[in-house]
Design a protein around this ligand. Structure first.
Ligand code: 5BU
Length: 497
């Protein structure tokens, strides 16, 4: 039995009803439902929370936010509140206005160029912010908001939620140094509604069994800095730099997710530009260098003996070694033409290349055209924002406009071919060609930066290396050297920031 008295909250300014009344009201308005529901994951659930409906009941909104505020008081002190978009945004607003805590808003998508903000509102490094959420299952949505705040040097020690589904979210957040406070748990809801005769015992049993059978394991993928380990949080700053693994969790596009996951797991930010001219040489390189790369980039039209079997075999090697294929086709025509270039002809690029790239020059129609083909196949596109060759015209405002175009198509565009970081939004992948172990140029205008300059100084994510590997005496030895240089530069950047 839960202690209902203890769950009753003090009455006073901003008083809250008792928990029984709150749970009953949530049940009556359909914010919590019992039956058979198919969740986004495809799992069948006997319980469903639709807490968005709360916004249609102003008194309930005030009551819920007051309960949240009271529950948060058992945690550390904080200077501001931030709701997890979207349902918890108005709840955080109510807490903010009723109790005079400044509010922060985390953007789901970042808008402006360069200094682009993910967090809106006034704050200073070292501020402590309370994260507010409506319902927690695995904890991943709370974590997303926490990571965005930490990226701006805002500390998060506590989060508060209306309903804890008791499926592992609290434990997961604990592994990240976040204490989760809940107004109620699903066990409490079942008990309250059971006592009131609103639920049959078999519904209660089925729901309990479901919760028990569907717990998420806490997964400590986020690297923790020493500052996270307790201590006086109010004076210590936590600048959490997002690892590739953290970013995999944030990305919604499956190709970007796979890419970041691969980079973290294989410890490589190296893309091989396999600019060879025979199929046999392409396959030999892919097999030999495959363990060291996250992407294999092709120029399929320079293969003199191309046969459809080649891309079939290449796809097998991609699966074997866990890398993505990126056909560096640099589409640059009107939407209708690129659609055909992407899907038909001899190469049928969309059939085998996970990633393609395009110039932004023709305007958004090019992305729309490519997207018509690629989206259904779960393909991804990179926009060419800046080039490595001397005297190229893709600079300044051009790169800015490219970012804007990408933002308008973020269901298909996952990032940029660029020479420097364009946006702080961790969802975008920044990929840089023109890389050798020492600076330099070739005789036709190519300009080379080092892996450290690209990854550490310019804060890009992936180095593209062609002749540095293909013309080396031993391509595997060279690939390993680039892998090491690129990954060490990434580790150095993690330390530095
Ligand atoms: P390199 O051998 O490492 O110079 O090869 C670089 C590759 O990257 C090559 O395939 C180019 O077509 C590709 N590339 C580039 O070098 N610079 C750019 O700005 C773009 C692509 Br976009």
């Amino acid at each position: 039995m839960i202690d209902i008295e203890a769950a009753c909250l003090p009455v006073g300014m901003g008083s809250a009803t008792n928990l029984n009344d709150l749970v009953l009201k949530l049940f009556e308005i359909g914010a919590v439902k019992f039956g058979n529901f198919t969740l986004k994951s495809g799992i069948q659930s006997p319980v469903y929370f639709d807490l968005r409906v709360i916004i249609s009941y102003p008194d309930l909104m005030i009551d819920v936010s007051e309960h949240l505020y009271q529950a948060s008081k058992t945690g550390s002190t904080y200077q501001s509140v931030c709701g997890v978009p979207y349902t918890a945004l108005p709840l955080a607003t109510c807490i903010s206005t009723a109790h005079k805590f400044p509010m922060l808003i985390r953007r789901k998508e970042a808008k402006d160029y360069g200094t682009k903000k993910i967090i809106e509102g006034h704050y200073k490094p070292g501020d402590v912010c309370l994260v507010v959420e409506d319902v927690v299952t695995s904890g991943s949505s709370v974590l997303e908001t926490v990571l965005s705040l930490q990226q701006e040097e805002i500390n998060v020690t506590d989060a508060v939620v209306l309903v804890d589904r008791e499926q592992g979210g609290k434990d997961m957040l604990k592994t990240k140094g976040i204490k989760l406070h809940s107004v109620c748990t699903i066990t409490q809801i079942l008990e309250v509604l059971g006592n009131m005769g609103k639920l049959e015992q078999d519904v209660i049993n089925r729901t309990k069994q479901f919760i028990h059978d569907n717990r998420f394991n806490p997964n400590g993928n986020v690297k923790r800095s020493p500052e996270d380990e307790g201590g006086d949080r109010s004076i210590k700053r936590v600048k959490r730099v997002l690892t590739y693994g953290d970013r995999a969790k944030l990305c919604s596009h499956s190709v970007a997710k796979f890419l970041f996951t691969t980079m973290e797991d294989k410890q490589t930010n190296l893309a091989l530009s396999a600019d060879v001219t025979t199929g046999a040489e392409l396959l030999r390189l892919a097999d030999a260098v495959g363990p060291h790369i996250c992407i294999l980039k092709t120029h399929i039209d320079i293969i003199s003996d191309f046969k459809p079997d080649l891309v079939h075999d290449l796809s097998h090697l991609a699966e074997k070694h866990g890398f993505l294929i990126f056909e560096d086709r640099k589409f640059a025509d009107i939407g209708n033409t690129v659609k055909h270039q992407y899907s038909s002809g001899v190469y049928r690029i969309s059939d085998w290349s996970h990633i393609i790239n395009a110039h932004a020059l023709p305007g958004p129609g090019i992305v729309q055209g490519l997207k018509e083909v690629g989206l259904v196949k779960d393909r991804a596109c990179l926009l060419i924002a800046e080039m490595s060759s001397k005297g190229n015209l893709a600079t300044g405002d051009y790169a800015k406009a490219t970012l804007k175009m990408a933002e308008e198509h973020d269901d298909f565009v996952i990032g940029f071919i660029t020479q420097s970081k364009l946006s702080n939004d961790p969802n975008w992948v920044h990929i840089t060609p023109g890389v050798k172990l020492t600076r330099g140029k070739d005789s036709l205008g190519q300009q080379y930066l080092t892996p450290r300059e690209v990854i550490c100084d310019k804060e890009c994510d992936i180095i593209i290396v062609g002749r540095g590997i293909t013309e080396a005496e031993d391509s595997v030895v060279a690939a390993k050297a680039f892998q090491e240089a690129g990954y060490n530069a990434y580790l150095e950047r993690m330390q530095k920031t």
